[in-house]
Design a binder for this molecule. Structure first.
Ligand code: FE2
Length: 587
């Protein structure tokens, strides 16, 4: 490989979604040789031990230079083959079985680790496409982002009974390489005809997974004296990588006794137990935790929709066309965004359908488990894009993380400090514009690539969400990368957008940021600008230098009012405030 390291785009894709599609790694001749060897071999597994020269192409493929180059960066140096290669098909897989994987409970030997720019994904499946696979062909399927999910897989998602639209079947061309994190929920579904996908599974150098298949593996290397000790004691003395110890023996204990559990299911007690009385719909919680957004169907009824739409129609002349927000994107370019604000202040009865959205129990309930109680809302605004209105370049992300708008998960709780709720007053069909986001990006640890921001080259990661009138959308707006695709629908958009901020952080700042308002005139009397910089009240923290702050230059403390790129609250001063304070007194 000419490049030193994976591009940010590649890192971002694998980090956010748990897979990476590398097109055209094998040329036609190589694909042909592999297919011919498979035809001659006539089996769907065991290729590495076939007679030479049939096996040679499969042995070489195991250490294909491009694959090694990627695995060194994804798994880490010293990665190793865990299982013999196999074709992903009906013969090697139970295609009716539930998907396997997911990150809860965590399996450390297969998990995705990332810290301080270093990644160790302990298990990776490398799939080589030897034939074209189109969308809808079936075969290998997966649920993106599940390598980081903190919630147990709902049964319906694993069986496909109700997969909540989450299952993804990648389309591949012969010669492509597709890498999938081992903990991604995955499996093989019935496929239309044969679609040759050759799979090799790799793991970290120290990760204990499968036993090998050689004759020694069947041995029990325990010394004879083990016959004289209890089964539980023998279980503590097992040696890994033999059949008898794969999976490892399990001893269950209550602290008084020890007992061998023949099922060998992991026994790993927690100090917490799942709360069936939490009043949280567990599939909703899974979807939110996995993707960073959630759609509730049919919250508004026909009558409510009619009143809300009627009110927007009535005050159409108050719609203000705001700035164009495509930020240099080719695919999102268009005209400015038309917005109608002040909906709660409209005269009776027009304000009613919007006031009904305030503290509505259906929405309040979700907000409370998404970020805890105490959230406060902005005034709702109606987004009324017309055909030709620009999209809004995708913005916000898990990286860089900043506390006031971040997403964290701990001990069964979602901590989303900023949530936006959008009430749909009209249908949002596919492909005609509207809200779009990158599912899973709330947990991203690599910077958002420019092509994802602009949607011009988003690697299939950005999704425009399809909704119906009456649906309500929630998204973790500070951390889930989101925006809007250009409006192509002849019927104008009608989305009522409300931003919620958690009890823990200020989103915009207000008059209480001023030291004299916060502390009183007598307290701040005679203070310098440097003093006043630390006497300020709660303000917006928008990642950048957007508040007056102290800096030390040549041993002296100075106040800087220099502004960065970020958004400012209306109250943020751009110049020294002592004078401002004096002028205020002089009034
Ligand atoms: Fe936004």
């Amino acid at each position: 490989m000419d490049r030193e390291a994976m591009s940010n785009e590649e890192n971002y894709c694998f980090d956010v979604a748990g897979y990476l599609h590398i097109p055209g790694v094998l040329n036609r001749g190589e694909v042909k040789a592999l297919n011919e060897a498979l035809d001659k071999g006539g089996q769907s597994e065991g290729m590495l031990r076939w007679d030479s020269p049939l096996r040679d192409v499969f042995r070489d493929l195991m250490i294909h230079p491009q694959l090694v180059w990627y695995l060194n960066q994804i798994v880490g140096y010293g990665f190793r083959l865990d299982r013999e290669p196999e074709l992903l098909c009906d013969e090697t897989w139970d295609v009716g079985a539930p998907l396997v994987g997911g990150n809860e409970p965590r399996n450390p030997a297969r998990a995705y680790y990332f810290q301080n720019g270093r990644r160790y994904c302990q298990a990776v499946r490398a799939i080589w496409a030897l034939e074209d696979v189109e969308e809808g062909d079936g075969g290998f399927v997966m649920v993106p982002c599940t390598h980081k999910v903190n919630v147990e897989t709902p049964e319906d998602v694993a069986t496909g009974e109700d997969d909540m639209g989450l299952t993804f079947q990648p389309a591949l061309k012969a010669g492509d390489l597709f890498l999938v994190a081992g903990t991604v929920l995955q499996g093989v579904r019935p496929s239309k005809g044969t679609r040759r996908l050759l799979s090799y599974e790799y793991v970290g150098r120290a990760a204990i997974q499968s036993a090998g298949t050689g004759p020694m593996v069947a041995k029990d290397p325990s010394p004879e004296w083990h016959a004289a000790i209890s089964p539980e004691q023998r279980a503590s003395l097992y040696k890994p990588d033999y059949e008898y110890s794969t999976p490892p023996p399990v001893v269950v204990t209550d602290g008084e006794t020890v007992k061998l559990d023949e099922s060998r299911e992991v026994f790993h007690p927690s100090i917490y137990s799942r709360d069936p009385n939490s009043n949280i719909d567990e599939k909703e919680f899974y979807f939110w935790e996995l993707n960073g957004y959630l759609i509730l169907k049919g919250v508004m009824d026909e009558e409510w929709l009619e009143k809300a739409n009627g009110a927007v129609d009535k005050f159409e002349d108050r719609i203000v066309v705001q700035e164009e927000l495509s930020r240099g994107s080719k695919s999102l370019a268009g005209t400015g965004r038309p917005v109608l604000g002040g909906l709660l202040d409209l005269p009776e009865p027009y304000c009613e359908p919007f006031r009904k959205m305030v503290a509505h129990p259906t929405v309040q309930h979700r907000l409370t488990w998404m970020g805890g109680s105490g959230a406060r809302m902005s005034g709702p605004s109606a987004f009324c894009s017309v055909q030709g209105t620009s999209g809004h370049a995708l913005h916000d992300a898990g990286e860089p993380m900043y506390p006031p708008m971040g997403y964290q998960f701990q001990n069964g709780r979602s901590y989303s400090e900023a949530v936006t709720v959008t009430w749909q007053l009209r249908d949002v069909p596919p492909g005609l514009g509207g809200f779009a986001c990158v599912p899973g990006s709330h947990k991203g640890k690599y910077p958002t690539p420019p092509g994802v921001r602009s949607c011009d080259d988003h690697m299939g990661l950005a999704k425009q969400l399809v909704m119906e009138a009456g649906d309500v959308l929630f998204f973790a707006d500070g951390s889930t990368t989101h925006g809007t695709t250009a409006w192509k629908n002849p019927i104008p958009r009608r989305g009522i957008l409300i931003k919620y901020s958690s009890r823990s952080f200020h989103r915009s700042g207000g008059e209480m940021v001023h030291p004299w308002n916060r502390w009183g005139d007598d307290m701040v009397e005679g203070m310098t600008d440097a003093h006043l910089a630390v006497m300020r009240g709660t303000d917006r923290d928008a990642r950048d230098y957007n508040v007056p702050r102290l800096e030390v230059k040549d041993g002296e403390v100075e106040v800087s009012y220099e502004r960065g790129q970020a958004l400012y609250s209306g109250e943020a001063p751009a110049t020294p405030v002592v004078e401002q304070m004096r002028n205020r007194r002089g009034r």
